[in-house]
Design a protein around this ligand. Sequence first.
Ligand code: NAI
Ligand code: MG
Length: 334
Amino acid sequence: SAQIITVIKGDGIGPSIVDAATAILDKVGCNFQYEYVDAGLTALEKTGELLPQATLDAIARNKITLKGPLTTPVGEGFTSINVTLRKKFNLYSNVRPVISFKGTKARYDNIDIITVRENTEGMYSGAGQVVKNDGELAEAMSIVTREGSARIVEFAFELARREQRKKVTIVHKANILKSTSGLFLKTAREVAARYPDIQTVEMIVDNACMQLVMNPQQFDVIVTTNLFGDILSDLCAGLVGGLGMAPGANIGKDCAIFEAVHGSAPDIAGKNLANPSSVILASIQMLEYLGMKDKAQQILAAVTDVIATGDRTTRDLGGTHGTTDFTQAVLERL
Ligand code: NAI
Ligand code: MG
């Protein structure tokens, strides 16, 4: 029977880039069955809820979700839908790979970095968020556990081993954030000691930012806490041509959500300008997760060739074409 995939098209540029990805998956003969559900603004308008129960049920039932970006309305009473999904389904690892593609406007070549971001704890735990004293004082709680730190660092080292990576860089701020980042670093060291075949480097987050810009080729796998991982992964996207090239996988014990790193891009929504590569690359991560390596390779080769050729690429890549032309160029190569 066909694998069922939950698909959330999302807001803004979401539907256009998710449709591109599913067309490509169909073209290579994945034979998936898609169950479409809503979340974000689209769901709010239809149902009055940002994250309807039917959507949660589909994610839980099918285990695999492909998701476009969601707009979380700014203001009180709206907690981030992405944070909610990650916590609800315990998707504790966020895997964000960036690789250099020839033909982009990126400043670097030969970059191949995977950021493994802890996805449920840290500054994004959501705990203790209060504003006091008539708006004069704001507080939030950062929560780090040994268990949460150990499982994300283990995930990173296991991934490094599986993909024959050489080095894992542990990024932290334990010199200042003694308790939280301190526990993360201490736990990470204990886990790293069990992987003598992989080189371990420790780096303080501010230095890591500088090093990523000065000499990004030194990085292989990065493992870090939630907030640092959020920021570093956008920085990494910038090294390879921008957010349009950056996919991410949210992975838990038996459930996974594949998405772009970027948001709903309201500035370019509805204009056929979005680069669909982010979600196409996320769907490649999904195929790898499902063990469909050949199809993943086929799609990656087609995208690589379209970008290298450069005659139908989107504006962010230096081209003059739209989402649909780019997608068509990929489809033709398949
Ligand atoms: P954004 O990531 O949507 O956009 C940042 C910049 O990158 C914009 O200039 C945009 O045009 C460009 N960009 C993003 N994706 C692109 C693509 N595929 N092709 C070409 N250019 C692209 O960030 P912003 O504007 O800060 O957030 C907009 C909304 O997205 C907010 O409501 C935010 O909450 C939400 N958001 C959702 C995320 C998710 O669902 N995973 C992640 C980040 C933000
Ligand atoms: Mg982010």
